[in-house]
Write a protein that binds this ligand. Structure first.
Ligand SMILES: [Zn+2]
Length: 301
């Protein structure tokens, strides 16, 4: 008799149970792995977050110390500024200014200023044929300031736009010669209180002009001491000296108006006496700058 071993086919129920158990095992393994990964991730996250918090707190503390340093610096700057202003207000400083140049007299004026080691401010116009004189003024350490290129009332005072164009033209002209940036120090031809401008630009033209040029960052300077050298074609030397010395006694910061024009020979002759007289009165000399007290006849409203 053939001994047949009949392998009993596993029942489908048994297979199902095996599959079920297998599935549970796999899912438990996955769950464990996921949970492990989550723990690792959350630890990493926590570490990162801690690091981030530390960095933020370090930045905050750095910011705070910078803010404090800035505050201290601002306070000390303010105090220094106050001290500087007080010192400046109490120091007798004369500002010699020469308008309308350069001219045939410029070299002589420069020679005298050099002799006394004094710096001055030249409110110049545009004379292309005299390029070397602008360079000379600038190289000697004086200030070239803007008095418009043309100085022609009928051109510059017709409108604020025309005025600005003329001023820019001189700035470009000076920069081209000296290689220096314009300093935005300005004197209106005839002064800010001139009335002739109304004839060309109408009433209120100076107000408009001042507002417009102020907006462009220009600071304008009139004067508080008139040398009177423009009162006549050739004012006497003594009258010029007397006018400057008498007027300068009334202020700690005289801004002296003089002219650098061909006919103004007596201005040149008066200059050494003016300098010596002012020195005797205790004045030192400086150039005009953005920080200087600016006498202004007319302030735009
Ligand atoms: Zn002038």
């Amino acid at each position: 008799m053939i001994n047949l071993v009949i392998k009993k086919k596993p029942s489908s129920k048994f297979v199902l149970i095996k599959v079920f158990i297998f599935t549970i095992c796999i899912s438990l393994l996955i769950k464990a792995a996921v949970s492990q990964a989550t723990v690792v991730r959350s630890q990493e996250k926590k570490e990162k977050s801690n690091l981030f918090v530390q960095q933020i707190s370090q930045m905050n503390s750095d910011n705070e110390s910078l803010r404090l340093k800035n505050k201290n610096l601002r306070t000390s700057m303010k105090q220094n500024q106050i001290l500087y202003r007080e010192k400046l207000a109490n120091t007798k400083i004369a500002y010699l200014t020469f308008d309308d140049g350069p001219s045939n007299n410029t070299l002589e004026i420069l020679k005298i200023l050099k002799k006394y080691n004094i710096k001055a401010t030249f409110f110049v116009n545009g004379h292309p044929e005299l390029g070397y004189l602008y360079k000379h003024i600038s190289d000697d350490g004086h200030i070239l300031a803007n008095h418009t290129y043309s100085h022609e009332y009928k051109d510059v005072y017709t409108s604020a736009d025309n005025f600005k164009k003329d001023v820019s033209k001189l700035d470009a002209f000076l920069t081209n010669i000296t290689g220096k940036e314009p300093n935005h120090i300005l004197r209106y031809p005839g002064g800010s209180n001139n009335t002739v401008s109304q004839y060309y630009g109408g009433k209120g033209i100076m107000d408009t002009m001042i507002k417009e040029t102020n907006k462009e960052g220009y600071i304008y300077f009139d004067w508080n001491v008139d040398s009177t050298d423009a009162s006549s074609y050739r004012q006497s030397k003594n009258k010029i000296v007397q006018a400057v010395l008498t007027e300068s006694s009334r202020t700690k910061h005289p801004v002296v108006l003089m002219h650098d024009l061909n006919p103004k020979i007596t201005t040149v002759q008066a200059l050494p006496e003016i300098i010596e007289g002012l020195k005797k009165k205790g004045f030192i000399f400086d150039v005009l700058s953005e920080n200087t007290y600016a006498p202004q006849f007319k302030v735009a409203t």
